[in-house]
Design a binder for this molecule. Structure first.
Ligand code: TXA
Ligand code: MG
Length: 333
């Protein structure tokens, strides 16, 4: 058991973070997407502690985070030259690139795969943390496995209290959903997990991009996608955008039972729902919606008996990333 501290990011707290990481203890830190739970990518025992703290299945590999100045080629082999172009275009930023590993990263982190996901975060706070610790950091999202990913230090605390010594507080994460995971070991770059860097953006730079089908055969390729994810602690129901009446009925039935329902939707859907209902408002644009999604789910689970959620538009490709999370977080009724 630890006394879990939440500290603002400054020289003193960064020094503490550096010390914990060098002692093999996990530290939570903010990025532009969600909070991560980090340990040295070369320290097997420290990485085991992350799997333990999260209750994470031991066959779901961790992403390795490095500072912009770090020479990624020490860790990975570039199989196709397009990877350099993508690195140039999108990093630092919310993109994880899966390369052939040179084997330096802990096998516990990569779960024995011959590939490794590398992410160069763009947020100032993540960069300060990585500079201070001075080593590649293996880090999953800082939630208990299967729960919604945290986007504030308080969310991390709610899950990790007593399990880790330190949470660096950088306020609310702007991106709000995890990085795009992109396999660059094949002829066509392939999205294993969608996010804020979209297929369209990738195509604009290298002319091609595919989505992983996540079929049985792809389980090894995208190990994380087979698990349930992101679920809040209250009941949930997910409706299509044209199922307003069904959703309203469910909402009203919960109210009649003396329970507290909340609608979670974008502003366009809200216009078609009663004015005096409870709302977890996601906003209007795809970026706003992504930024608010986990925040609203985690705030919602504290006040709602049920979150009555609506699908979002996927015309803007960022919506595909949001829908990927929504369908895992919320039950279809
Ligand atoms: O934005 C993010 O990516 C956040 C922040 C903290 O950086 N991290 C994050 O990590 O979301 P995590 O562990 O919650 O999700 C990592 C995903 C999992 O779906 C995992 O299966 C996949 O990346 N992944 C990691 N290494 C892989 C590899 N070598 N091959 C295929 N998928 C990999
Ligand atoms: Mg996660």
């Amino acid at each position: 058991m630890f006394e879990t501290e939440i500290l603002e990011i400054n020289e003193k707290s960064l020094e503490k973070a550096r010390k914990y990481i060098s002692e093999g203890l996990p530290v939570a830190f903010p990025t532009e997407t969600v909070y991560g739970l980090g340990a040295s990518a070369f320290n097997d025992d420290a990485i085991k502690k992350i799997f333990e703290a999260k209750g994470r299945p031991s066959d779901n590999p961790l992403i390795v985070h490095v500072d912009e100045s770090y020479d990624v080629d020490k860790l990975v082999e570039v199989t196709y030259d397009y990877a350099y172009k993508l690195r140039e275009a999108f990093t630092p930023g919310p993109l994880t690139m899966v390369y052939k590993s040179k084997g330096a990263v802990s096998k516990i982190a990569t779960c024995g795969l011959d590939t490794v996901g590398i992410r160069i975060p763009g947020s100032e706070d993540a960069r300060k943390f990585l500079k201070a610790v001075g080593a590649p950091i293996a880090a999953p999202s800082a939630n208990i496995s299967k729960h919604t990913s945290p986007v504030t230090a308080r969310h991390v605390y709610d899950d990790m209290k007593g399990r880790i010594p330190l949470i660096l507080d950088g306020g609310k994460c702007v991106g709000g959903i995890e990085s795009t995971v992109l396999d660059v070991t094949t002829d066509t770059p392939t999205i294993l997990r969608s996010g804020l860097v979209t297929a369209e953006m990738i195509k604009r730079v290298v002319g091609k991009c595919a989505y992983s089908t996540n079929k049985e055969t792809d389980k090894v390729r995208a190990p994380g996608m087979k698990y349930t994810h992101y679920t809040p602690k209250c009941e949930t129901a997910l409706f299509k955008r044209d199922e307003i009446e069904r959703a309203k009925n469910l909402y009203e039935n919960y109210e009649k039972e003396g329970k507290i329902p909340y609608f979670m939707c974008d502003s366009e859907i809200e216009e078609r729902l009663p004015v005096n209902a409870n709302y977890l408002r996601l906003g209007k644009t795809a970026e706003e919606i992504a930024s608010n999604l986990y925040y609203k789910l985690l705030e919602g689970e504290k006040v709602a008996d049920i979150i009555v959620a609506f699908e979002v538009d996927t015309a803007d490709e960022v919506g595909i990333g949001v829908m990927n999370r929504l369908t895992k977080a919320c039950k279809r009724i």
